[in-house]
Design a protein around this ligand. Structure first.
Ligand SMILES: Cc1ncc(C[n+]2csc(CCOP(=O)(O)OP(=O)(O)O)c2C)c(N)n1
Ligand code: SF4
Ligand SMILES: [Mg+2]
Length: 286
């Protein structure tokens, strides 16, 4: 885990593909002020992905990866689902544990990194779908909050088990129907952001990914607070355009509709989190 592993041996540089040279020369690693404004230029931020064309998860990934304060010192822990299709395309340290176990595995990684590198901040970020975070992995998610693990959990809520063809999840709103759940959801959507607050998270945000700058701000705040205080949680709406019958150019439109209602921007922070955020603002990092 160091910027050095991305350095090309000088003797080999002239033989390296331009793509690899660009990765070294134009990368934003080592600059905590990096952000979504680097997206058009920074080579290490995903250029390709194997999600459906226009899937808002791809935008969410780009904004998050561009906003990590120290990508070279970050480990991302994922879970199976559409999100996992992106990981082979990114130049970051990632771990793919068993479905639903992501917060338990992230806790272990964070503790080992703190022990091994006591003087250097190492960020551990979980990125997983609503099925993994709220349904099958809920136990591991909440227990990591109860234990006050210093990790950031980001849930990509598309309100469905997308990768397995469209079953309803705890995050599906009441009445919503899918191909493989034609009877319609019988219960209300689980308010995971509230569970995160009640379970001890120090910073919680709920939003869509319609505004890149907003995503950047919440990701940075959540990571800085996790470093110094304890668990943080971000709930992102990344609609599955395939399952709700939209075209590839309609994801942004869908998110802007939900910005006004069930994914209206919401932010919560404890007093300790407020202190960290104030300090980071004074340092010009937020
Ligand atoms: C232990 C285990 N249980 C179940 C599965 C099957 N499985 C793969 S992807 C998935 C759904 C993921 O849904 P979600 O977390 O909401 O992610 P999405 O695909 O919607 O992005 C399930 C149940 C699995 N791979 N491993
Ligand atoms: S199935 Fe849905 S969530 Fe998965 S890649 Fe396609 S649009 Fe995105
Ligand atoms: Mg899902």
């Amino acid at each position: 885990m160091s910027v050095k592993i991305f350095k090309i041996n000088e003797d080999l540089k002239e033989f390296m593909p331009q793509e690899i040279v660009d990765l070294e020369e134009k990368a934003t690693w080592g600059n905590p002020k990096r952000g979504v404004m680097d997206l058009p230029y920074a080579k290490e931020l995903i250029e390709e992905h194997s999600l459906c064309a226009g899937c808002p998860e791809s935008a969410a990934f780009r904004y998050i990866l561009a906003s990590l304060p120290s990508p070279e010192d970050t480990v991302i822990v994922n879970s199976t689902g559409c999100t996992s299709l992106v990981f082979p395309h990114i130049a970051l340290h990632t771990v793919h544990p068993l479905f639903g176990n992501q917060n338990a595995v992230a806790s272990g990684i964070k503790r080992v990194l703190e022990w091994r590198f006591p003087d250097k901040p190492k960020d551990v970020v979980v990125i997983a779908g609503d099925g993994a975070t709220i349904d099958i992995g809920l136990d591991c998610t909440l227990q990591s909050f109860f234990r006050q693990e210093k990790i950031t959990t980001i849930c990509f809520d598309n309100e469905v088990y997308a990768n397995t063809g469209g079953q309803d999840s705890g995050a599906t709103p009441r009445g919503m129907e899918f191909k493989m759940a034609p009877g319609g959801k019988q219960w209300d959507k689980v308010p995971m952001w509230q569970l995160a607050i009640d379970s001890g998270c120090h910073y919680v945000a709920r939003l869509t990914v319609s505004s890149p700058k907003k995503v950047e701000q919440v990701v940075k705040k959540a990571i800085y607070v996790a470093r110094e205080v304890g668990p943080t949680y971000i709930h992102l709406y990344t609609p599955c355009i395939l399952e709700i019958g939209l075209n590839s150019d309609q994801g942004l439109w869908e998110m802007r509709q939900r910005d006004k209602e069930r994914f209206k921007f919401f932010e919560y922070m404890t007093d300790e989190a407020k202190e960290v955020i104030k300090k980071k603002k004074e340092e010009g990092l937020l």
